[in-house]
Design a protein around this ligand. Structure first.
Ligand code: FDA
Length: 297
């Protein structure tokens, strides 16, 4: 993370909200479910799958979590009603993980059950390392009743290889990403070369074990590694998919899709977009650098 990234991230909260909005427009699909579903329909028409994320995490009361659940239930109904191709991605802190883990499990269960009735799927995003153990535990608990739920693992965490080994019996549906939070070196790899090698090693292990993997990256080197592993293992396109964030590396995503691979776009939306964007930039100034580069490209 460079000093320039830090400076950009530090000054972004001073930028007038309408300007932040113009920049955020590229990465966030509006404030309402209707706006987000229009973006989904547009991407579907171009051959992409989607997953919807209602912005807002680290809530202060379970009432906020219940509102989030209502929002997600409505999204699930609308996906079914409009017959668009989209799953949902949830964050357990938004469902009260830090307030009451039992209540969080029950709310997650409610969503996964409704998704199952509607033939849909729920992905549990992975948050900072204070959530990892509880998130994987809740994932395991949900899997005892449902198969339409998946989880995310992060290649930058030193523990991830052990985590995926201990979940092997479930053959989880994974999303594999590098990891976006800033973590202490004691528990995470810092050197991008090591993160990349760990990413490729994890991906190969998960695919060999028969897991379906959402290969979430915009890094062409990781895409290349994934293609290499897929080819070596002789996997059909139904065994994996690529995943990218809305508005990021669109040219690469088109190239992957044109090569016959499935690609899912992660689509964040919601009224909380401003607080969310500023908080994420503060947490990880490297993101500010990406955004800055994207604006001036
Ligand atoms: P890398 O960081 O090397 O980026 C490669 C290039 O992609 C950059 O040079 C830049 O051009 C572009 N880029 C990457 N991220 C960008 C961004 N945010 N804005 C603009 N440009 C960007 N993390 C996590 O901890 N928990 C999670 O649940 C998820 N979920 C998730 C879902 C999906 C679909 C994706 C694609 C990513 C995540 N992530 C995540 C984030 C992930 O961990 C990681 O931080 C980013 O994807 C960046 O890593 P890359 O593999 O893209 O490589």
């Amino acid at each position: 993370m460079t000093l320039v990234d830090r400076v950009i991230a530090g000054t972004l909260p001073l930028v007038p909200k309408p300007i932040v909005r113009r920049v955020a427009n590229r990465y966030i699909a509006g404030e309402t479910t209707d706006e987000a579903l229009q973006v989904v329909a547009g991407l579907n028409a171009r051959g992409f799958r989607a997953t919807l994320d209602i912005l807002g995490e680290h809530i202060h009361s379970l009432d906020q979590s219940r509102r989030a659940i209502d929002g997600y239930l409505n999204v699930l109904e609308e996906i079914a009603r409009r017959k668009v191709n989209s799953t949902i991605s949830i964050k357990l802190t938004q469902l009260g993980l830090k307030l009451d883990a039992g209540a969080c499990l029950e709310m997650a269960r409610q969503l996964v059950r409704r998704a199952s009735e509607l033939n849909n799927f729920v992905r549990i995003d992975m948050e900072d390392s204070s959530c990892t153990t509880d998130t994987l535990r809740i994932y395991r608990q949900l899997r005892s009743d449902f198969s339409n739920v998946g989880v995310v693992v992060q290649a930058y965490l030193r523990r991830t290889m052990d985590d995926v080994s201990s979940l092997e019996d479930l053959k989880p549906n994974y999303r594999l990403c590098k990891g976006v939070y800033v973590e202490p070196r004691a528990i995470s790899y810092r050197d991008m070369r090591v993160i990349n090698r760990n990413y490729a090693m994890l991906l190969e292990k998960l695919l060999r074990n028969g897991s379906y993997v959402g290969i979430a990256t915009h890094d062409e080197l990781m895409v290349w590694e994934a293609m290499r592993i897929i080819r070596e293992l002789g996997l059909p396109a139904s065994a994996y998919e690529f995943q990218m964030l809305l508005g990021v590396e669109e040219e690469l995503r088109d190239i992957i899709r044109a090569g016959g691979h499935n690609v899912r776009i992660y689509i964040p939306f919601g009224r909380d977009w401003y607080a969310y964007s500023v908080r994420r930039l503060r947490e990880n100034p490297r993101l500010a650098g990406y955004v800055f580069k994207a604006i001036f490209k």
